[in-house]
Ligand binder design. Structure first.
Ligand code: SAM
Length: 452
């Protein structure tokens, strides 16, 4: 936990940031500056204008800042024992870097010589061939989820078939890997005080980047999870929260915090409780931050004494990755994996930029993530033509670009899986839905074998 004086310093710094954001927004909109709570207090550049649609008159700005709920939120967050600024970002000793924007990445690719570009593309194809050959399709619709799906159809929760299909498949994959108990029936219930130590029962779940919390909703409905933690930096309508809170034996905590700053060991009500970490469409670096949050050594008490065994209560995790174009070298968990493959930081950022081609393609009629259906030879023909990189990219067929994008996504995620395995977990990386359901269709599942 941060000391009170540290907390005050953080508040002052964050207030300054907020003030700057207020002022910047104020300059941009001249007469009106937006207000609001939508961005986390501690997330990187919180441009106030992007936060909310409401606004405040320029002459009222100073008074507004004094009672701004955004500032109040910062104050209360920074006093939480589990708030620890930057605890899950890359190691302090590593160089501090700026966020590399998509525009920067694009310009860097376009300014490559054709030879550099061709070399990188060929390297991607060959790495993919050697590293990603065994990614299997694992589309699941577990029996237990029938109940949850029926409830969503019958009940008041918005039913979106594509999302429900993904949620069910994530849970089905957890079931298949033995992390969730498929024999659970709601009538039996689970008394988590009695079930500690029982390898088949996980009483708690932490959902990262939870959004509205519908994945957890299905998990609670179908597998009887009773302690729920929803980690999310934005504010959302809390329909799923309300529905979850109606469950008699369930407790729910929403942690409105950036994952980067979350010390899970300091969440009082999670101490000593076996838990499962999940995330659906955890964008870009949020996956890396989550992996660190669950698997890195973290200080666990006020004196910041490192614990030797970390998160011994983690039973397993399932993360559907997403938005790889937002990935950053500075946050990526397994830099060594890329470096050992002969990929530089600059090439890593180019690879992240290519991933957007996977998502941009038209996924309505066929599964473009089936990369084996595209012949890399056809791309090599383009590469041998004259002209600049931009021209070569323009000449590529959409399916070729999509295939390359998916290959890059998979290469990035395989590095994350390797990092998880290095920490002693059994891990798999699968395609959990076809890309016609969602182009963000890959899932990292891992089980802590210590607890078997
Ligand atoms: C694509 S949405 C997915 C939401 C939800 N899981 C779903 O499937 O509907 C990603 C969510 O992760 C949240 N998120 C991204 N990075 C985060 C971070 N560093 N800390 C906390 N939340 C984050 C975003 O605010 C967003 O709500």
């Amino acid at each position: 936990m941060i000391s009170k004086s540290d907390a005050r310093k953080v508040i002052v710094t964050e207030q300054n940031k907020t003030l700057v954001a207020h002022k910047q927004a104020d300059q941009r909109v001249k007469a009106r500056a937006p207000t609001g709570l939508d961005w986390p207090a501690v997330a990187p550049p919180p441009s106030h204008q992007s936060l909310q649609s409401s606004s405040v008159l320029k002459e009222n700005l100073e008074g507004h800042v004094k009672r701004c709920p955004f500032v109040k939120q910062i104050e209360s967050l920074t006093l939480q024992p589990y708030y620890q600024k930057g605890i899950n970002s890359a190691n302090a000793e590593e160089e501090v870097e700026e966020i590399i924007t998509s525009e920067f990445k694009r310009n860097a690719v376009l300014s490559m010589s054709l030879a550099q570009f061709s070399q990188l593309i060929l390297k991607i194809h060959s790495l993919h061939q050697s590293i990603c050959r065994h990614i299997r399709d694992s589309y699941k619709l577990p029996e237990a989820c029938g109940i949850g799906i029926k409830r969503q159809v019958d009940g008041k929760l918005p039913f979106q078939e594509k999302h429900v299909t993904q949620q069910a498949s994530i849970l089905g994959n957890l079931e298949e890997s033995g992390i969730l108990d498929k024999n659970f029936t709601e009538s039996e219930g689970v008394d988590h005080d009695e079930s500690f130590g029982d390898g088949n029962v996980v009483p708690a779940v932490v959902e990262f980047g939870a959004g509205r919390g519908y994945l957890t909703q299905m998990l609670a409905d179908c597998y009887g999870i009773q302690k729920v933690f929803l980690v999310e930096r934005k504010s959302y309508k809390l329909k799923a929260d309300r529905s979850l809170r109606q469950k008699e034996r369930l407790t729910l905590e929403r942690l409105r915090i950036d994952i980067e700053d979350l010390n899970l060991n300091a969440v009082e009500s999670l101490r000593g409780v076996p838990y499962l970490a999940i995330g659906k469409h955890l964008c870009g670096p949020a996956t890396d931050l989550t992996l660190r949050c669950c698997l890195m050594t973290q200080p666990c008490d006020q004196e910041k004494v490192p614990v030797s065994r970390v998160n011994i209560n983690l039973r397993g995790l399932a993360i559907a990755t997403c938005c790889h174009h937002l990935c950053q070298w500075k946050n990526y968990t397994n830099k060594n994996y890329f470096l050992n493959l002969g990929i530089t930081k600059e090439e890593f950022h180019a690879i992240t930029w290519f991933t957007s081609w996977a998502v941009d393609a038209d996924h309505s009629s066929s599964d473009l993530s089936d990369v084996s259906s595209v012949d890399p030879q056809s791309m090599e023909t383009n590469l041998s033509e004259n002209g600049g990189v931009e021209q070569v990219i323009r000449k590529m067929k959409a399916v070729e670009r999509a295939a390359l994008g998916f290959k890059c996504k998979q290469i990035i995620d395989m590095g994350r899986m390797a990092w998880v395995k290095e920490r002693g977990l059994e891990a798999q990386f699968v395609k959990y839905v076809p890309s016609t359901i969602s182009p963000e269709n890959h899932l990292l599942i891992a089980r802590c074998v210590d607890h078997l």
